[in-house]
Design a binder for this molecule. Structure first.
Ligand SMILES: [Zn+2]
Length: 128
């Protein structure tokens, strides 16, 4: 017997080639789930250094890798990667053909911002 609140469950169920939760209802495929898991784990292993895989469902299966304040995701339409780095009220983002290029780009953005803030901070110093 299915209760109404069972329809809100985000626990995926296997039904042949379908692996989808009732709350999603998209008819997600088991093959898509497996591909997402493999891609997430492969990239986290490639990056090493505590990058963690994440896989989730919502109108399909999705994946990314995360580390600290950074979230690195594939861009399905272009094959590249997007990274967001939310740091202390500021968000830095980058898009690049490879994961490493995206990481380096956002690192460069942060370094530039830190250097500018440091220079601006020095500019408001008061003489004694
Ligand atoms: Zn689904």
């Amino acid at each position: 017997m299915t209760r109404d609140w069972d329809k809100l469950s985000w626990v995926p169920k296997m039904d042949g080639d379908v692996y989808c939760s009732p709350a999603c209802g998209h008819g997600c495929r088991r093959r898509a789930y497996e591909a997402a898991v493999i891609a997430a784990y492969e990239l986290s292993a490639e990056l090493g250094n505590d990058w963690m895989p994440e896989v989730w469902e919502g109108d399909g299966w999705h994946w990314r890798v995360t580390k600290g304040l950074a979230k690195l995701s594939p861009i399905k339409c272009s094959g590249g990667y997007q990274i967001t780095f939310n740091a202390h009220g500021r968000q830095f983002t980058a898009v690049a053909p490879t994961a490493l290029q995206a990481i380096r780009s956002v690192q460069n953005q942060c370094t530039t911002a830190i250097n500018r803030m440091s220079a601006d901070l020095g500019g408001i110093a008061c003489p004694k």
